[in-house]
Ligand binder design. Structure first.
Ligand code: PLP
Length: 440
């Protein structure tokens, strides 16, 4: 037994031990996200020297003192982030490291992680609107996002106005004027402009800069944030916060997780935009679990490598598909018509085309199904952004419940096959697509 005299005195004001100051610059050179992914936000000294963060499986955290516990709770109930670890519905070490690293990619002050992309989207939307408010959104959206706005938020007196992804400034001005009039009539405000770009499954791009300009001209930017679902191109090929968005949303299930072995989501932006979202997450739960957070930390170390390789593969595969006699056309961001408005948006907003695209098979559903059933390497599954190549038929699968007229308006035809290219050997993939097209 040690003599109590030997123990250090208890100092109730001792702050939580912090990691070493982060190295984010060397000789004036700002370090790139791909470098920071190996260590940012984690100091091995705090975990017995473990080079990699352990998985912290605990529901609650011991306070250094009653005074420290009070301080932590003050920050939690104040809406901002905790200055210490409190309880695993609010925060945890693995989730905090992950949030710090996600923020790095998008240049966001804060990020918040969730148990799925849809939890992130639902909590974000709920944090920003109340009865009478209007949400303006681009179309198409991921079907569950569109359903949450149109069916769930409607139950709480929130309405919406939508516009096609490719809308030009004049159309955006008209849509915002309509939304303002609708909000005035309902006694509410335009609570959020919610975008998805590229849209699923057509890859239609939204002109985020034009949306920002239209928003700034029509309403108070401090009252109506612009949020964008960046799942298809982020975090490597598109940084929407640089183009006028305030909040960036991810299904981390896709390229960020990247191995088709987890489900998670995130929301990121300036601290003042994140405060209400964090506060609602603290109340409702929905933070991602420590094991998933740890897997995502591992994924983030290779996200740039994986997305680069998948994109190189997609360029080669599309180059093969576009001239094939059994293919009507390819909807790939790397093959946008020269001089088109979509190509102009692409050049201003994106640094690469990603690896998810649509291919239109000559014929209809029967020909498309024959192609899908003949694939030997590519797996027949929905989702995207994994290391393996996936193929699906949106009209008969993800968008089966969409009414025919809307499908037609969105360009979701019976001969559209959606493909998400992985990191396999490109020539092997081409051989697979070639033999499958031979069967059609
Ligand atoms: C998959 C997806 C979502 C939903 O994310 P989950 O992680 O499945 O909840 C949202 N938006 C887009 C664009 C997606 O592809």
């Amino acid at each position: 037994m040690s003599d109590p005299k030997d123990l250090p005195p208890i100092d109730p004001t001792t702050p939580r031990r912090k990691p070493k100051p982060e190295v984010t610059k060397i000789g004036g050179r700002k370090l790139k996200p791909s470098t920071l992914m190996m260590g940012f936000g984690y100091d091995p000294v705090l975990s017995e020297g473990a080079l990699k963060p352990p998985i912290f499986l605990t529901s609650t955290f011991a306070f250094e003192s009653a005074e420290a516990g009070k301080r932590h709770f003050k920050s939690i109930t104040g809406g901002g982030g905790a200055d210490g670890l409190v309880y695993s519905r609010f925060n945890g070490p693995n989730q905090e490291i992950l949030e710090d690293r996600l923020g790095v990619w998008d240049g966001a002050e804060e990020a918040l992680v969730f148990s799925s992309g849809m939890t992130a989207i639902c909590v974000l939307l709920m944090a920003y609107c109340q009865a009478g408010d209007v949400i303006v959104h681009s179309g198409p959206l991921y079907a569950a996002s569109e359903g949450f706005v149109a069916k769930v938020l409607a139950k709480f007196g929130v309405t919406y106005v939508d516009f096609p992804a490719g809308a030009i400034r004049e159309e955006l001005d008209a849509v915002l004027a309509k939304a303002k009039a609708q909000a005035d009539a309902q006694g509410g405000k335009v609570a959020m402009i919610y975008l998805e770009s590229p849209g699923n499954p057509t890859n239609a791009l939204v002109d985020v800069e034009a949306v920002r300009d239209a928003r700034n001209a029509a309403m108070d930017p401090a009252e109506t944030p612009i949020a964008i679902d960046n799942t298809f191109l982020g975090p490597v090929w598109q940084r929407p916060l640089d183009h006028g968005a305030d909040i960036v949303v991810y299904s981390l299930t896709k390229y960020v997780g990247g191995h088709s072995d987890l489900v998670a989501g995130s929301v990121a932006g300036a601290k003042h935009w994140m405060d209400p979202v964090r506060s609602l997450r603290n109340t409702m739960g929905g933070i991602c679990d420590p094991n998933t957070a740890w897997m995502l930390l591992r994924s983030l170390e290779t996200v740039e490598l994986r997305m680069q390789r998948a994109t190189e593969n997609a360029v080669k595969v599309c180059d093969f598909l576009k001239d094939h006699p059994k293919v009507e056309g390819v909807g790939f961001l790397g093959l946008l018509p020269e001089g088109s408005r979509q190509q102009d948006i692409y050049r201003r907003h994106c640094s690469g085309p990603g690896s998810t695209f649509s291919v239109f098979i000559k014929g209809g559903e029967a020909e498309s199904f024959r192609f899908l059933d003949s694939l030997r390497i590519a797996k027949l599954a929905v989702s995207l952004g994994g290391t393996e190549t996936l193929a699906s038929h949106p009209a008969a699968m993800t968008h089966l419940s969409v009414p025919d007229a809307r499908k037609k308006a969105l360009g979701i035809t019976d001969n559209l096959v959606r493909i998400s290219i992985g990191i396999e050997d490109a020539d092997d993939l081409i051989a697979d697509f070639e033999q499958a097209l031979d069967q059609v």
